[in-house]
Write a protein of this length. Structure first.
Length: 259
């Protein structure tokens, strides 16, 4: 099964099944995906991301292959969904796409041994780890470079593990042109190794996502681009890109301190 969260025409949030016939089914009803708002398929407390987890990507960035998983975090503010339009951050020269295989956690867990990780995996999804290279190059913690709003399009579904091959292909296109193409079989650190390492220090919660790293082929995005990520057994995550929004000078007072 491929589970999908969506807002139906009446405005209610539902969790249904995205079928092989490209229909969304819930409660005896069928919906065309274009007729509903497809939401991120999970509501994570955090996204744990892995850097430089493909040798070819380390090579293209002139980086050494890490001796242990290189980890960083994206918060819930970074989430975006299938069909969303992502606004590039203002004043940045280069924001890249990064297609990634996403692991969705099914239950709260800590200190998970490698031979038991299947017990805590709810399924798999597509992730685009949008990366602001201007700031990433200037800082060590990558908050500005990786954790800006809507920098983690996710979806469109959570696919049951049995439907996703161990060597599933992962592909990204921009405006129909293939930019990235690899297999999760090429990961330096496997999914069991990642979950075991992460949970030595970090408690993972139900719905959390591990973004397992990107293959080679990263490239900058521009206003008007359409990005699509396809993972075998999962499906196709697609979103658009627009240039940075102009700041009007108005402040959203919901985020101002009490006076």
């Amino acid at each position: 099964m491929r589970k999908v969260r969506f807002r139906d025409p009446a405005g209610s949030v539902r969790t249904g099944e995205w079928t092989d016939d490209d229909e969304i089914r819930f409660g005896g009803e069928q919906f065309d995906p274009s007729e509903v708002d497809v939401l991120p398929p999970t509501e994570p407390s955090k996204i744990v991301c892995v850097g430089l987890n493909y040798s070819a990507h380390a090579e293209e960035t002139d980086s050494e292959v890490p001796e242990r998983p290189l980890l960083f975090l994206k918060g819930p503010n970074t989430l975006a969904g299938h069909g969303d339009t992502i606004s590039l951050p203002e004043g940045k020269e280069r924001v890249d796409h990064e297609a990634e295989f996403g692991v969705v956690i099914g239950e709260q867990c800590r200190n998970v041994p490698e031979d038991r990780v299947e017990e805590v995996i709810a399924g798999y999804t597509c992730v685009n780890d949008l990366s602001n290279r201007d700031d990433q190059r200037k800082e060590q913690n990558w908050v500005r470079g990786k954790a800006f709003d809507n920098s983690a399009p996710v979806g469109p579904v959570v696919a049951d593990p049995e439907h996703v091959p161990d060597d599933a292909t992962i592909k990204l296109t921009v405006n129909g042109e293939e930019k990235q193409h690899s297999s999760i079989d090429d990961l330096i650190f496997s999914v069991p190794e990642l979950i075991s390492e992460i949970t030595k220090l970090i408690t993972l919660e139900r719905g959390d996502i591990i973004a397992t790293g990107t293959p080679s082929g990263i490239s900058p995005l521009s206003d008007g681009d359409t990005v699509a990520i396809e993972i075998e057994g999962v499906g196709r995550l697609e979103h658009d890109i627009v240039g940075p929004e102009e700041f009007s000078g108005d402040v959203d007072h919901r985020f101002m301190p009490n006076q």
